[in-house]
Design a binder for this molecule. Structure first.
Ligand code: NAD
Length: 423
């Protein structure tokens, strides 16, 4: 169930159908293409995750969602302009069969978009109840459900009183509290219905005590926010390398040009602020400047996103990295990533749906609420209160695979390796 059926959502849904029909392969998806080593290196036992872990099969997936634009997903996919026209045409019948439901929306949160297809309610509680009804209806047609927010980035807010407890939040729904955003209505409705909720955007959404409380109360998984796709993905690959070699960083300047609807929404300073905060935290947590002051204490980090329509969904991200080595001698690295935003995001959305569904069926995980093992997918991973989030992509990958081994009763892999050299 997807609030926000734009570029990422249509690329995900059309992509799953393309794979099902044998037109293409699910590159970029760990759940579909990834393998997992079990036992010792000498055991030579490395199955595909999809054949080994009890995750849902692509053939069993059914999609629905909400958007402020009506019409069907064939038209939405053409508007998004991510996939080739021929590829969209080849799945026209399937895509025409999915139409977003009217959205819970408020333009205060996404100023650049004007809704055409939205719910009307007497207050936020009424709107959230309408979403619950939509979910209840979908439950009659499907066995299990997951919700993943692929909607626009909402304006930046900090947690306030209404976000602190579930009681205050539910009162705020009735009182139409201005600090409750549309994405929070979907998240509340999902959790109330016992449905795991993942967030592809950097909005606060479930990252508040009230909804974390609800997640625990309902034994229903939540996880981090903001898909880690282009520039931040590369950043969390490079930064751990510099740190591993004790190379210092004096500055990291990142800029992007992006021309899709997401870029248009982020062109508003309040919406950009939400994204900026999400992107900025990454280096701070990897470099730990308080523990490595000589290497990273003065690192200057700046991020820009410029809306540039000619590029559409094909984002270009530049990084200039000023590093220094032995005796402080400076060096530079330049990265120019000509990426495709939704092509990178769709497989992450797929994996999150499958793994969140698995978490909901796994007693050892579902009671935790926050699924830290899925940090791998997020720019802004969530972790227990008082525990710093892990941003290093390679630690995140190990955490994810070890969690799968753990729930499947396999030995964890520590890479100690002494056993190969014993008597
Ligand atoms: N593509 C990436 O690489 C990437 C990476 C990280 C995060 N994201 C985030 O994922 C989200 C989706 O990206 P996209 O490129 O698909 O954007 P998009 O603009 O193509 O799609 C977002 C859709 O959400 C809809 N929407 C907005 N508010 C809504 C509401 N309250 N209810 C229902 N629908 C609503 C919009 O009408 C739009 O169709 C954005 O927030 C983006 O920042 C994308």
């Amino acid at each position: 169930m997807i609030p926000g059926m734009g570029a990422v959502a249509t690329t995900l849904i059309a992509g799953v159908e393309a794979v099902r029909r044998g037109f293409a392969k699910p590159f970029g998806s760990m759940s579909q293409m990834g393998t997992i080593r079990l036992g010792k290196r000498t055991d030579d036992n490395t199955p595909l995750i999809k054949d080994w872990a009890p995750i849902a099969q692509l053939d069993d997936l059914v999609f629905t969602g909400w958007d402020i634009f009506g019409g069907n997903l064939y038209d939405a996919a053409k508007t998004a302009g991510v996939l080739d026209r021929d590829q969209i045409e080849s799945m026209k019948d399937f895509l025409q069969g999915i139409e977003p439901m009217p959205a819970a929306f408020d333009q205060r949160w996404v100023k650049r978009l004007t809704p055409q297809h939205q719910k009307v309610g007497k207050n936020k509680c009424d709107l959230a109840s309408q979403i619950r009804n939509d979910i209840a209806e979908f439950k009659t047609k499907t066995d299990r459900q997951v919700m993943i927010w692929c909607g626009s980035t909402e304006i930046y807010i900090q947690p306030s009183a209404v976000h602190q407890t579930l009681e205050a939040f539910e009162k705020g729904l009735v009182d139409d509290d201005p600090n409750i955003s549309p994405s929070m209505l979907y998240a509340w409705a999902a959790l109330k219905e016992g449905i795991p909720f993942a967030n592809g955007a950097p909005n606060l959404t479930v990252d508040i005590p009230a909804l974390q409380e609800l997640s625990k109360k309902m034994n229903t998984p939540i996880c981090g926010k903001d898909f880690k796709t282009g520039q931040t993905f590369i950043k969390t690959v490079l930064a751990p390398g510099f740190k591993a070699r004790q190379l210092g960083v004096s500055g990291w300047f990142s800029t992007n040009i992006l021309g899709n609807r997401d870029g248009e929404v982020l062109d508003d300073p309040d919406n950009f602020k939400t994204k900026e905060v999400s992107k900025l935290g990454v280096l701070e947590h990897i470099f730990q400047p308080d523990k490595n002051p000589d290497l990273y204490g003065d690192a200057f980090h700046k991020i820009r996103i410029e809306y540039y329509p000619p590029r559409g969904d094909n984002k270009e991200g530049w990084d200039n990295i000023d590093i220094f080595g032995w005796l402080g001698y400076p060096m530079q690295i330049k990265v120019d990533f000509l990426c495709r935003d939704s092509i990178l995001a769709a497989p992450l959305a797929l994996d999150l749906c499958l793994f969140m569904d698995l978490a909901a069926r796994t007693p050892a995980l579902r009671g935790l609420g926050i699924q830290e093992w899925l940090s791998f997918y997020f720019k802004d991973p969530d972790s227990a209160p008082g525990v710093y989030p892990e941003h290093d992509l390679f630690i995140q990958q190990m955490k994810l695979k070890n969690t799968l081994r753990h729930i499947m009763g396999e030995d964890l892999i520590t890479h100690l390796g002494l056993e190969y050299y014993g008597e």
